[in-house]
Ligand binder design. Structure first.
Ligand code: COA
Length: 461
């Protein structure tokens, strides 16, 4: 099946790709794989449905449900010490194995979408056809353009992003099919179309917000001959900068997915489980990503680094940095970009960005500052003794890379993260619908009820 699609798409290296071979080939492949997955899940539930998979303590109920096993997520798994694996592959592996753009070194995020949905690495031709299909679906409906254009520049870019995604609900094929009484087995097909359309429109929406707030409001259309990352870079106004384009491809890949329990992934899944359309479910996930403890940490980091730079000047000595870190902590704030709910070592997404910086901007003073903080912050955080993970996460590095190339407006950074997150959570939504996942509804108790429960248990012991 794949071979046929690939053969047709290889015909031309330029613009005569049939969009049918893009997302349609991916949809076809998913439909071929789905029956075996459904059977596997059915078998697992039948044979082991009552097997205990974990215990829950009172501390976990009050502690943000850390470590409680209760979610199913196929795309990626996070190991506290190794970091993320996308369908079993580490970041260095996806950097190597996924198709790259011609002449480029970084993996293409649309290939990662394919991998996360199917578990298979697409060919270069399949990826190219998929890119073209996405670009063909990129245009926003007029009412969304007008709505975004009416937003005041003072409204945070993430709030505008969320408004735009919600307003795209008019395009939902799933919502229309549901209204028309489509059967449950068909849900995933409409969800798939919504997810592809939404993914395709995100750069157009994001760049419109960027240009409205920070530039002259003039936008450019996606070019059907270009890959997602390159188009997005161009739409933002960085289309002539090869390094920025490469950064965008890498950025979109490494920010895509971080297993199912993080706020944006979990929210998208939770809202989707009520059979809200992918537009509404993803917008909800984006509202979660906008929080400073989650995606907005990238904005916080750059702001904080700029403040630090003002104070320390060119003196990045250990003493100066340490003093500034203590000042932040003693004022009751967190060190942004450090710590993680699951990770217990330096985030490999941080390392991937550090390697990019070493290759492209090793003498940049803000990179030197980030590196100096990396040397000192883990020691200071260990000494403070609160955080379980004193190492940097993804947000600790991304801002200075963007700033180096001229994307200096840090309040926009979480929108970039949001576009990237779609590559992880939208495949998950399609899988949810394919596997017929039910509405999510965990149990809650009041403190009084928990007291009764644990005291009764204590008496039994
Ligand atoms: C990511 C984060 C929200 C994880 O939270 P968590 O799982 O509750 O983290 P921990 O269990 O290690 O927290 C234990 C304590 O250490 C503190 N802590 C965690 N990270 C810290 C940091 N970077 N700086 C200072 N204190 C920190 C917590 O606030 C908490 O303090 P409390 O007991 O007074 O409430 C947290 O590390 C954080 O706030 N980091 C900074 C924001 C950030 O970079 N977010 C992006 C994540 S990808």
């Amino acid at each position: 099946m794949f071979k046929v699609a690939a053969k047709k798409t290889i015909k031309s290296a330029t613009r005569s790709y049939s969009t049918k071979n893009g997302a349609a080939a991916l949809k076809q492949r998913f439909s071929e794989l789905l029956p075996a997955w459904q059977a596997d899940v059915k078998d697992l539930k039948t044979k082991y449905g009552d097997t205990v998979i974990g215990n829950v303590t009172l501390k976990q109920a009050y502690g943000g449900m850390r470590g409680i096993k209760g979610l199913v997520y196929e795309g990626s798994v996070l190991d506290p010490y190794e970091g993320i694996r996308f369908r079993g592959r580490t970041i260095p592996q996806i950097e190597k194995e996924l198709p790259h753009a011609e002449g480029g070194d970084e993996p293409l995020p649309e290939a990662l979408f394919w991998l996360l949905l199917t578990g298979e690495v697409p060919s270069a031709a399949q990826t190219k056809a998929f890119s073209e299909d996405l670009a063909a679906r990129a245009k926003l409906p007029k009412h969304v353009e007008e709505l975004i254009d009416r937003c005041p520049a003072t409204l945070h870019p993430m709030a505008q992003f969320s408004i735009g995604i919600n307003a795209l609900e008019t395009e939902s094929e799933f919502a229309k099919a549901y209204d028309n009484g489509v059967g449950k087995k068909e849900y995933w097909k409409y969800t798939f179309e919504d997810c592809i359309n939404l993914l395709a429109k995100l750069p157009t929406l994001a760049s419109r917000i960027y240009r409205n707030i920070f530039k002259d409001g003039k936008t450019i259309d996606a070019d059907p001959g270009l890959d997602f990352g390159r188009n997005f870079a161009a739409e933002l106004g960085f289309g002539d900068n090869k390094e920025f384009i490469e950064l965008m491809r890498l950025y979109l890949c490494i920010h895509s997915d971080h297993e199912g329990g993080n706020v944006s992934a979990h929210t998208t899944h939770l809202v989707g489980s009520a059979l809200s359309s992918p537009y509404l479910a993803f917008a909800a996930g984006m509202n979660g990503l906008a929080g400073p403890l989650h995606g907005r940490a990238n904005q916080e980091v750059l702001k904080w680094l700029k403040e630090m730079k003002k104070e320390v000047g060119d003196d990045f000595s250990e003493e100066k940095i340490e003093k500034y870190l203590w000042k932040t902590l003693n004022s009751g704030r967190v060190i942004p970009g450090y710590g993680h709910a699951v990770l217990r070592k330096t985030d490999p997404r941080y390392m991937a960005q550090r390697e990019f910086a070493l290759q492209h901007m090793k003498d940049y003073d803000m990179f030197k500052l980030v590196s100096a903080v990396y040397k000192v912050a883990p020691k200071v955080l260990k000494e403070q003794g609160k955080t379980k993970n004193p190492w940097p996460n993804v947000d600790s590095h991304s801002g200075i890379l963007l700033e180096y190339y001229g994307l200096t407006q840090e309040s926009f950074y979480t929108v970039l993260f949001g576009v990237a997150r779609a590559f992880g959570v939208l495949p998950a939504l399609i899988i949810d619908r394919g596997l017929g996942m039910p509405i999510e509804r965990p149990k809650s108790f009041s403190t009084q009820k928990y007291r009764e429960l644990v005291e009764a248990k204590a008496k039994q012991q």
